[in-house]
Design a protein around this ligand. Sequence first.
Ligand code: ZN
Length: 135
Amino acid sequence: MARGLDKHNARIDALNMLGRDLARRSRSKCELCETGSVSLKPLEITPIPEEPELDHTLFICEECRQGIESGKPDQKRWRFLESVIWSETPVIQVAAVRVTRILQQQGVDWAATLMDTVYLSPEIEEWLGLPFTHK
Ligand SMILES: [Zn+2]
C-alpha cells in the first residue's frame, strides 16, 4: 500500500517536472478548449509510458479533464473539437479524436461529420487503436 502510494507520488513529481515544457507548449491555455487564466493540470494519455513524457501528456483545464474522465462530454461545450482536432501536436489530436468518437457514438451530427472529414496519419491511427486514459 505504502509502496503504491510512493510510486504514485513519484509519478506526480515526474509529471510536475514537465510543467515548464507543458506551459510553453500550451502557452498557458488549455490545450483542448483554449481557455486561458485557469488552472491547468497534466493528464496522461494512453498508452502511458514507463516514465511520464511530454508527448503523452496534455495540459488541460478542470472542465476538459472531467469531460474526458467521465466519458460523458457535453456536446455543446465540446464544439471546439471542430478546430482542435486538426492540431499538429499528436497527443492533442489523439485526445480530440477520442472525444469526438464518443460524441459520434452518442449520435451527435457534427461529431459524425468531423470524423468523416478529419485526416489522420498512419501513426495517429495506430495510436488510436488503444483505449483512452488510464484509471
Ligand atoms: Zn479546457
